[in-house]
Ligand binder design. Structure first.
Ligand SMILES: [Zn+2]
Length: 511
């Protein structure tokens, strides 16, 4: 219950955190009384549970009934992180991405030094909620201290519990966080909670992702279970609409450790249950930036475009035509570095699209002979640390032209391939706008051109790329000639063992 006369925006638990730390150092079973929150004002409520370094492919092998029930009852989206030079697969960038809902090139955190952080422009979602919905009752509990001291998670929270796991250990502190969150959920009326559990990461660092790691997952799953039970035991539960989100900041190599660019380190997930969130869904297009966007959506908040969020609510599907190719994806042909069974590429374009390869050289890597359609995992597995990991604003399946990989097997001629969009109606409009996301790396005489063809006429140049574009949204506007009724866009890439170009999320509008 709220204490009368206490300002809503006052952080009430700073003393409690210190007391808890002190108490635990002396007696690990003790825990401080839960902080007191202002009374909640919303029947739409959100609990976000962050589990550090939780490799999702190990959940399957663990005794984790609560997460598995959430997978059955909710939506479970798997995806990959960036790698350097955008950011390391470390906790600073990972939790910043989850909290702010933007990628590291915006929030500025590239490693655990937090140098370059830009939380002023891109605050965490609790800080944003404090700005736009100050009447919400919010709570944060963390035991990786930088999430508080660096301002990643706790700013804006009405009450917080901050423990120092690096100094005093995560086992007892995760237990304290669980007990106090349980108490807050059961005995008070919070609206939004961000709870962090850290022991999975520590155990993986110490001994890899084997049995002890599975045991740590089981402990955290039971802790999640206690929080879920506390929610269901609320006397007002029947009139409330709870969303629960579980996510992680990065994966781990099998032997333990992260920060690098391997697929295992880059693995992340977002798991969510709640109103409007489909049961059993496994979307191809979820990414880690979607946590914050889902929090806002479930609270009925429409993000201001000025916030610059990269995420979208987890239940909202991308309208990207390339994602329709999911069931057509096949495994490697010549790329023996990609494990067999990873279904991640096709040359078959979506309905209405085509590829012109009449000027394309012969031979080369089958997968990359002309424009292909591929997933992040399949394409970035071809060769690590050449910035293919930075395609963060693509979702699901995207189009890729990659003369560098194509040239990894004997070939003749040059790479010259054109991706052609369907014809879009523009009759009566004065301008057509083409939007897409792109990752482009320039080298040598490589060329990348966007062209427009009206009523099937000779394509005219709209834009050529001559320098790197590292995962950016593009908006290209062209004048519609009088009398034109349709426009088709073309993406022509030419090169010879140079770099690559990706296209995703193509959308055309006329006005
Ligand atoms: Zn770690």
């Amino acid at each position: 219950m709220p204490l009368p006369g206490i300002s809503r925006r006052t952080v009430l638990a700073a003393g409690a955190a210190t007391a808890a730390t002190t108490a635990l150092a002396a007696a690990p079973s003790a825990h401080a009384a839960a902080p007191t929150l202002p009374n909640g004002t919303s029947s739409d409520k959100v609990l976000v549970v962050g589990m550090d370094g939780l490799r999702h492919d190990r959940i399957d092998a663990a005794n984790a009934p609560h997460m598995k029930a959430m997978m059955r009852d909710g939506t479970y989206g798997l995806s990959l992180l960036y790698a350097n030079p955008m950011a390391a697969t470390s906790s600073g960038p990972g939790w910043s991405t989850i909290s702010t809902g933007v990628w590291p090139d915006k929030h500025g955190v590239r490693d655990n030094t937090f140098t370059g952080k830009n939380y002023g422009q891109y605050p965490g979602f609790l800080a944003r909620l404090a700005q736009v919905r100050p009447a919400l009752s919010t709570y944060a509990a963390v035991d990786w201290k930088p999430l508080d001291t660096q301002g990643t998670v706790t700013p804006g929270a009405d009450a917080k519990l901050v423990l120092d796991g690096d100094r005093d250990g995560y086992v007892a502190h995760d237990a304290t966080i669980t007990a106090e969150t349980e108490s807050v959920l059961r005995d008070q009326n919070p609206d939004v909670l961000f709870v962090y559990l850290g022991n999975t990461d520590v155990v993986a660092h110490a001994g890899g992702t084997g049995q002890k790691y599975l045991d740590a997952i089981a402990v955290q799953d039971a802790q999640l279970g206690r929080m879920l039970a506390a929610i269901k035991a609320r006397p007002t539960y029947a009139t409330e609409r709870w969303t629960v989100i579980v996510a992680t900041d990065h994966g781990h190599v099998d032997a333990g450790g992260h920060g690098g660019s391997s697929i295992e380190e880059r693995r992340t997930f977002v798991l969510a249950t709640g109103p409007g969130i489909a049961a059993g869904a496994r979307p191809l297009d979820t990414r880690l930036v979607d946590v914050a966007a889902t929090v806002f959506h479930q609270l009925g908040i429409t993000p201001d475009p000025a916030w610059g969020l990269d995420g979208k609510p987890i239940q909202q599907r991308s309208t990207d035509p390339f994602d329709t190719l999911q069931s057509a994806l096949t495994q490697r042909v010549d790329e023996t570095g990609i494990p067999a069974g990873v279904l991640g590429f096709t040359h078959t374009p979506p309905s209405g699209w085509s590829v012109i390869n009449s000027a394309m050289g012969t031979g080369g890597m089958t997968e990359w002979r002309g424009w292909s359609f591929a997933t992040d995992e399949f394409w970035s597995r071809t060769q690590r640390d050449q910035q293919r990991e930075l395609n963060v604003r693509a979702r699901g399946v995207f189009a890729v032209a990659d003369s560098d990989e194509w040239a990894d097997k004997s070939f003749s001629g040059t790479y010259d391939s054109t991706l052609v969009s369907p014809a879009y109606a523009v009759g009566g409009s004065t301008r057509a706008t083409l939007e897409f996301t792109t990752l482009y790396r320039q080298e040598g005489s490589q060329r990348a051109e966007v062209l427009a063809s009206f009523n099937g006429g000779t394509p005219v140049l709209v834009r050529s790329y001559t320098s790197d574009v590292i995962s950016q949204h593009q908006s290209l506007s062209v004048a519609v000639p009088s009398g034109a009724s349709s426009v088709s866009f073309r993406f022509r890439y030419t090169g010879a063992n140079n770099w690559y170009w990706t296209i995703d999320g193509v959308k055309v509008t006329a006005s």
